[in-house]
Design a protein around this ligand. Sequence first.
Ligand SMILES: Cc1cc2nc3c(=O)[nH]c(=O)nc-3n(C[C@H](O)[C@H](O)[C@H](O)COP(=O)(O)OP(=O)(O)OC[C@H]3O[C@@H](n4cnc5c(N)ncnc54)[C@H](O)[C@@H]3O)c2cc1C
Length: 578
Amino acid sequence: MPLITETDVLVVGAGPAGLSAALCLARLGIRVKIVERRILGEVAGQADGIQSRTVEIWDNLGMGDKLRQLGTTVYQLATYAPNEDQTGIKLANKVLNIPLPSARYPYELILHAKHMEEIMRDALSGVQVHVEQPCGRAISYQAERLAASKIQPYEREKAISDQSLVDHVETIRARYVIACDGAHSWVRQQCGITMEGTSPGLAYGVIDFTPVTDFPTSRAKNILQSPLSGALGYIPKPNNTARLYILLKDPDVIQDLDQSSDKERTRKISQIITNGFLPYDMRVENVTWCNTYKVSQRVASRFSHKGCIFVAGDACHIHSPNAGQGANVSMVDAYNLSWKLAYVMRGWASKAILDTYELERRPYSLELIEFDKVIEKLFRPEGLSPDEFAQLWHRHLLFITGLGLRYKSPLIVSDRFHDTMAGATIGQRFPPVEVIRYMDWTPCNTLDIIGYSMKFKLIVFAGDTTKPAIKQRCVDFIDKLSQTSRLRELVTTSIVLCVKKEESISGFIQLQGNMIDTQIFIDDGINPGRNPGLAHEIFKVSPDMGASALIRPDGHVAMVIPVSSDQVHLIEEYLSSL
Ligand SMILES: Cc1cc2nc3c(=O)[nH]c(=O)nc-3n(C[C@H](O)[C@H](O)[C@H](O)COP(=O)(O)OP(=O)(O)OC[C@H]3O[C@@H](n4cnc5c(N)ncnc54)[C@H](O)[C@@H]3O)c2cc1C
């Protein structure tokens, strides 16, 4: 008896992209099925570096605490250059890894891919979604029916690796498919989507191990230019372990390592490391993974097919792991796409919104490849010195951390009123700042206030509402918002008053009673060092004028408008245009 199941979204592949997509969709109340061909316990990716923006996203998905609990934080970046007599290395520089005031988490978080996956799977179980694995190696779908029917059929052979189940075929009917099946994506190939780009001809050795060492900065991230072993990248990992990247330039060495047994390869790479750290003692013990790989820099020609199959993660962009981006970017792909799919399925937006996935994510992927080419210079003989690398790293920090990601698409409205809130950039993620919740004086970060849900968030910096005219303007604005049904349905409003917490805000409390989903915050702190009005100052909002930001479910600022009932129609028009 053939098994037929139905779902809203079928996610193919349970690496970082697939698990994130399934989790985001399930959190938004969408029925999702996720299938994976690996057997349980086998790990897919090798990612271990989580960037600042991704940590924020994990917070929103309820996984941030676990991530911080299990991961290692990297606050410092040290660089080493050849010493005078070219017999070893010497410390060149020690700097902060992420010196960014706009970072809520000014560090890179290191956690093994296996543990990242476990955290995501646990979170998925919490929303009653379980990865179905192992599914068959081949997943076929009936492309000709895609455009015609409302619910499209997808077929896969299940558990092909288990001979007793070879004859068992399950058909999954899904309205949408997200292909998160990695760099060699089978789904992408079936859709005729090509990968465009080149292979720069670089190869790396990579090894996970326990360092036994007197190397002084072994708990920092280190970039070494060794006269004996070339460029090395050292990343501290949890439980006093580490990962090391080695550039392999010599084709004979690459071939030799490729053809070596695992044991031989490990021995040879360990020797390169021991030499590379001289005069420090660096012994490689308890190796848990050792491999070589060649870098490609490619982006998919399209990110979707027939408006119902979407490609995410390594399936649509591949590059070197030099800046720890792949898994991060893959998860952000999922974060970008999921709410848009959910909006279409709920009937809150037209299908056109799905086109903005490619419009927003593909240019970013192309930028990533360009950045990869810049950073790769470190690993070329004629390339960057360690100091130049540190400077380059800092110059591109907003990009590396994901905090500078700025979307440009029809979903981002012109910056006509940007000056009224110049501290936030339209198209970028809304920045973090601490305010206090009026009802209990609990300190709250704006990123937590925004959170992750189906709704847009309207953050209203009301200004100094001790002044009657300003208070009245804000009250009128909120009143007008509450009269608009589309707004009530799609938007949660938070008002931040630029007053001292001891100030009476009675007019607003009454207002809150009238309006569902409105929260009141005070631009003040509970610590003596935190001045009233700091958030208005950081966001460059005049306390005499106020300003408000409409924020998308993925945290990016869609538009900024003045606190004026005359301008509420702009939000209404925006929401109607979705
Ligand atoms: C050495 C190394 C270090 C790295 N370090 C970092 C880092 O520090 N930070 C970072 O962000 N990135 C890093 N990356 C990159 C990162 O690992 C990848 O970008 C990331 O894993 C991509 O996630 P994904 O979900 O798109 O694909 P994958 O992780 O490849 O997952 C795809 C999944 O799909 C499954 N699959 C494939 N075909 C099918 C099918 N037909 N049916 C069902 N399932 C299928 C696969 O089994 C796999 O589980 C590193 C990569 C390497 C190699």
